[in-house]
Design a protein around this ligand. Structure first.
Ligand code: ATP
Ligand code: MG
Length: 399
């Protein structure tokens, strides 16, 4: 029969409390002298420490101790003899426990009957050894004091480990839910774009046709009037003006929903947007960009960049009171850079971070989705500059 006696119940992931049978702390006695085991058992009989009784496990060599520690991750303290199979068998075992078994929680109390074999301070520090006792100190009070300190610190280590595990799980959950949120945003964007395209087409095909037909009918009516300068003719003329206005407005709405230029590429769409912005606001808007053929972007990416540009220009017109705006689109090697700067009165980024607005947040989310980065430089009175970089190689496999 093997002389090592240990319980089969194990804690898969040891918690901070006592874990042995019926809430006891497991203490492993490792010594090649049977007398030491007996004396220790006697000295510790009936003791309770930190809310738990003591469950003693016995090993008579470093090898046996190793087997027990492989099977049981919840041993709280080891009372370890230094000299067994060889002069430093105990110290070697400590190395295995800390490095191979990666058990940094178990507390280790070294015991030796040869005080001249005291381990070096570096060894004690490096292997995180809790205490060192000579076997002559094997008294009940001596063991109780030493074990109390060791078990308390074992419990604290386990508590820290459990808290760390909890934090890591929460962090993973956060990363997962952020990923999901980003995927949801991307999906919503795609659906919105499809809807916009659909509405733009409906407006063009249905409303556009009816308005054009109405305009032609009104013109025919004007030609058939017996009195071309009479009152009816005046009303008809106003009616034609109103129809022209409605046609113009419908075209503008269609363009803003989804500019036809976007089908030609990002640069064409940006040119249209810059022109439309300047015409609507009276603020000169300069665009510096490579020729359309030099940039090969798929429609989804081009649309995303177009929406970012659109939001940036909307912000300029709503908030900046700028006198001019500059848009730059550049390709530097693998990076596509988009920059929008204005000379308006800027803002305090710290203040804006507190606002519950979605424009800048939407820009950030869109860019992060494609693995890019956003930088917004703004200062009160010193204009605003928004810079976006997207790695083109990452964009190739996006849609
Ligand atoms: N070019 C700019 N010049 C000055 N202030 C700006 C500029 N761009 C943004 N801001 C400031 O940053 C704030 C946040 O912008 P953001 O686009 O997120 O929100 P918003 O335009 O107010 O609302 P929305 O959610 O409809 O876009 C703005 O309210 C404004 O104070
Ligand atoms: Mg905005």
């Amino acid at each position: 029969m093997s002389r090592s006696a240990y319980s089969e119940t194990t804690c898969p992931e040891p918690g901070p409390g006592p874990c042995g049978g019926q809430g006891s702390w497991r203490v492993l006695i490792v010594d090649d002298e049977t007398d030491v085991h007996d004396a220790t058992r006697l000295a510790l009989r009936g003791l309770a420490i930190e809310g738990g009784s003591l469950e003693l496990l016995h090993a008579y060599s470093a090898r046996e101790a190793h087997e027990i520690l492989v099977a049981q991750r919840d041993v709280a303290v080891i009372l370890l003899d230094v000299v067994m199979e060889c002069e430093d068998a105990g110290l070697r075992l400590v190395g295995v426990i800390r490095n191979e078994l990666e058990n940094g929680a178990v507390r280790i109390i070294l015991r030796t009957s040869q005080p001249d074999l005291v381990p070096q301070i570096d060894t004690i520090r490096g292997y995180d050894i809790n205490d060192y006792m000579t076997k002559s100190e094997l008294t009940r009070i001596g063991l109780f004091t030493s074990l109390s300190v060791a078990i308390r610190s074992y419990r604290q280590i386990r508590e820290l480990e459990a808290a760390k595990r909890g934090l890591e799980e929460q962090e993973q959950e956060l990363i997962r839910s952020r990923g999901k949120l980003r995927a949801l945003t991307a999906h919503r964007e795609r659906v919105r774009e499809e809807e916009r395209t659909h509405i733009a087409r409906e407006l063009h095909d249905e409303m556009g046709q009816y308005l054009t037909a109405l305009r032609m009918e009104a013109s025919m009516l004007a030609m058939l009037l017996p009195e071309p300068d009479g009152q009816i003719a005046q009303h008809l003329s106003t009616m034609r003006e109103l129809i022209d206005h409605a046609i113009g407005e419908t075209r503008r709405v269609i363009s803003r929903l989804r500019p036809v230029a976007l089908d030609l590429g990002l640069i064409s769409a940006a040119e249209w947007l810059a022109g439309d912005f300047a015409a609507r606001t009276g603020i000169p808007c300069d665009l510096e960009a490579p020729p359309e053929e030099a940039l090969e972007l798929d429609t989804e990416v081009a649309t995303t960049l177009f929406r970012i540009l659109q939001e940036s220009l909307t912000n300029v017109s709503r908030h900046a009171r700028a006198r001019r705006v500059d848009i730059r689109i550049r390709q530097n090697g693998d990076m596509l850079a988009l920059e929008v700067s204005d000379d308006g009165h800027g803002f305090d980024p710290a203040e804006v971070r507190e606002k519950k607005t979605f424009g800048l947040m939407g820009i950030r989310e869109r860019v992060l989705l494609y693995g890019g980065s956003v930088r917004i430089d703004s200062q009160v009175g010193a204009g605003t500059r928004l810079r976006i970089s997207l790695p083109l190689s990452a964009l190739e496999g996006t849609s």
